[in-house]
Design a protein. Sequence first.
Length: 420
Amino acid sequence: MEYPVKTVCVIGLGYIGLPTAATLASRGVEVIGVDINPRVVAAVNTGQPYFPEPDLDMLLRAATTLGKLRATAEPEPADAFVIAVPTPFNDDRSPNLAYIDAAADAIAPVLASGNVVILESTSPVGTTARLAGRLARLRRDLCFPPERHAEPLDVHVAHCPERVLPGRMVRELIENDRIIGGLTEACAAHAEAVYRIFLQGKPFRTDASTAELVKLVENAYRDVNIAFANELSLICDQLGLNVWQVIELANRHPRVAILRPGAGVGGHCIAVDPWFIVSSAPERARLIRTAREVNDAKPGFVAAQIRERAERFKHPVVACLGLTYKPDVDDLRESPAMAIVLQLARSGSERILVADPNLRSLPPELADLPNITLCDTFEAVRQADIVAVLVAHSPFRRIPPEDLLRRVVIDATGLTHGSA
Ligand code: SAJ
């Protein structure tokens, strides 16, 4: 059956909402992008991405030039609503669903019979049903799933988690397979119609709770595997062995593919989402919790390594290379490198030179500290007694090896071992 989708209202024009809105608009759909931040609304309306992401500028310019994408502060009537808002965690690591609730409250007044509401935000199991329940309470004149299972429903509700990799979003949005989790089968069918507009990957239909857990499992899987690599790096440090060589050689086995140790695990996804599983099943999610703890402990370990080596110098100058949460992005969320630099700055008298080719200024948390300066990469290395490689940004590969030879190098990333 065909479900025509002519207008889509995307709630949240962040890292996921903006590329999704622009992609839909570039396919001729009338897109209303909604964001509570007026600066985001203004930027999108001039066709400017406000964060760097390959090909997003082109896509956005095409969408606004075609006149198909318009940003605003309030939701407007549409055939489909896509919610792409953050789901952070609280201090006790329980999920904070306040942004999803606010999105539901914002769209409820403009919903109409025949609409589909799609939750894309990464969410703990049960959130899509909770969203439908909230909408149902706000719009008693419309029939929502799952209270009345008898079809037809007025409004269909589904969970279609995003799974694109920052740095490759525009391509992965189209090419990756997509999980379509409906609260009912008809909900999944209606949601699939939205993704068919641009999807080249395969859509896979399931129920909403399964889709919720699938998304969390994907990121927990990666977290557990990175934790294994990070734990190996601690073991090798104690045994005096080169972890990069150990992994490289172990990976010559046909069924072994160990990931890379690093300064820790950052970003707003992998460092957060596994906690949603732990909070749903705390007694049973033992490995997932331990992996989080192993990865969260890694920045402290790297900071201690740097401090220990700095003790040999009277007035040590430490060059910290990289501040973002991973290579070649400008995103600082949950960044392990930031945590390391903060620990160093607060604990000692070292002079810290931070070099990050993706940042034009220091973030406010660091800018006010007296012993930190943002510096050009080559200059930072030239002035340093200790060079700490915290993020394997591509331009760091151009640092002349002879500049490093004369310095103490602590490389958390494998860049100087040719393994990053
Ligand atoms: N990292 C390592 N070693 C590795 C790989 C990564 O230390 O071998 C670190 C990175 O430096 C970074 C963190 O892990 O600090 C996470 O980086 P990432 O590139 O693995 O993932 P994200 O957070 O940028 O994006 C992930 C992706 N999920 C998976 O690959 C399973 C992406 O597909 C999701 O859409 C995204 O989370 C999300 O939004 O959930």
